[in-house]
Design a protein around this ligand. Sequence first.
Ligand code: MTE
Ligand code: MO
Length: 543
Amino acid sequence: MTGDQEQRGHPRTWVRPALGALSGVLAGFAALSSAELAAALVRPEAGPVVAVGGAAIDRTPAAVKDWAIRNFGTHDKLVLQLGILLVLALFALAVGLLAVRHRRPGAAAVLVLGGVGAVSAVSRPDSTGPVDALPSLLGSVAGALLLYALVGRLPARNDSSAVPDGVVADREGAQRCGPEEWDRRGFVVAATVAAAASAGVGALGRALGGSSARDAVGSRNGLVLPGPASSAPPVPRGARVRVDGVSPFLTPNGDFYRVDTALVVPKVDARAWRLRVHGGGVREPVTLTFDDLLRRELVERDITLTCVSNEVGGPYVGNARWIGVRLADLLAECGVRPPSRGGRADQLVARSVDGMTIGTPVEDVMDGRDALLAVGMNGEPLPFAHGFPVRMVVPGLYGYVSACKWIKDIELTTFDAYDPYWVRRGWAREAPVKTQSRIDTPKPFARPRAGTVMVAGVAWAQHRGIDRVEIRVDDGPWQDATLAAEDSRDTWRQWSFPWRAGKGGHTLTVRATDRTGAVQTVRRTRTEPDGASGHHSVVVTVE
Ligand SMILES: Nc1nc2c(c(=O)[nH]1)N[C@H]1C(S)=C(S)[C@@H](COP(=O)(O)O)O[C@H]1N2
Ligand SMILES: [Mo]
């Protein structure tokens, strides 16, 4: 039968589904491009990819997120974006295949997908309202119409053995063309025009969407931070051990770990940025501009930042020289008092432009430590990835309870009244950094030569300070490492240990003691709910 049909010029059986799948992909492309163009006009974050991706991140179980951070690290967003595109492509194929059999339901399926995008966009924490639904809705209408039009030009279904002699089963197809002369030209023209138009619309969307990002980049490029009224003393010469393989004392911005839920890095125009401070105990809500902040007294401080998702021995810790405004002074001016002095609010909730919420104890912010609204990092304005134009940094607390990037709002409230983002996902309300230490060199499974091997690394217990670091070889006694000079108790401290290494396999273990006298516990815990504990060990083979 098939051979028969082919002889009469009837398209092969696979042509229709294949072109249907192609139509689906083209419709998907058209839908996304038009949605992104609409988003560029409405609000870039309201685009379906960012909205659905963000919603997916928020709904991902914390354990999976933790796993993604661990395994993809700073590339977890790229992996997610590729994943979204793959899923979308599969959806588009499936919808195309559906549409060749059932033209209207196929087109309707595109609208349903658009609906998912619209609901995601409107329910994002940074949504500005129902207009955020527009990009997905408009995009899906464009996609559905295109799919409907393309499928209408396909060869009629030819796989129905119940219909002899080329009489076709598909009514809609049959009305347009018989099995023998399908509208091949019409399809090719429509498909080509659609692809070109989508590419054009997408490029226009990106160009327009890029303009707000360009403003942000402009506001950062043109920025010269005023010198701090209170400079950080130079890092003591003795703070750096001279051993190859140890993390640099100040982490360069480009190497500084990045952990956040932002699918695309928010690009905020410093000139349009505002910070609102309000809530319990605030005399009158205030709104600050970026210039208001820069006009205040700036302080410069070295502070080591740590992520609660850092495994024992892990990389999510970095040390930077920050410039910023002392948050406690600002709060005091607004009338805020810490709970220990009768203040009503015990939790400070920071909100970012991308809807993150981070809760910090007011007591910690106001107890005299250098809690900052930071504007500078290692001698330059904050990089976009690290929170430009303004972020919080609080010595001694994990990032998820202190270090809100792209901050735009500070609310004074209570721990009883409000659970921020990560707390709702099972992480601890309060999370001081645990005393930790890491062997940077030798690396795991290194094969050093017998003799003196320099073991070295970092230890941190921000705001308490590191008092002692000890090394144990195999099951031997703990032996004191040599501590490098302390920069401040808010920074990590380097250490080294000249090890007389004998041949064979050995396990090196490190532990630190902070200035409260607390010894880093051997008890291993997971990162959830308030940070990993345990000792870092490295296994080497001495040759
Ligand atoms: N807006 C926003 N701020 C955020 C986060 C985030 O996801 N969004 N992540 C927090 C976490 S968990 C950490 S550890 C630090 C990391 O800061 P960094 O990326 O500059 O190293 O930022 C904090 N601030
Ligand atoms: Mo974190």
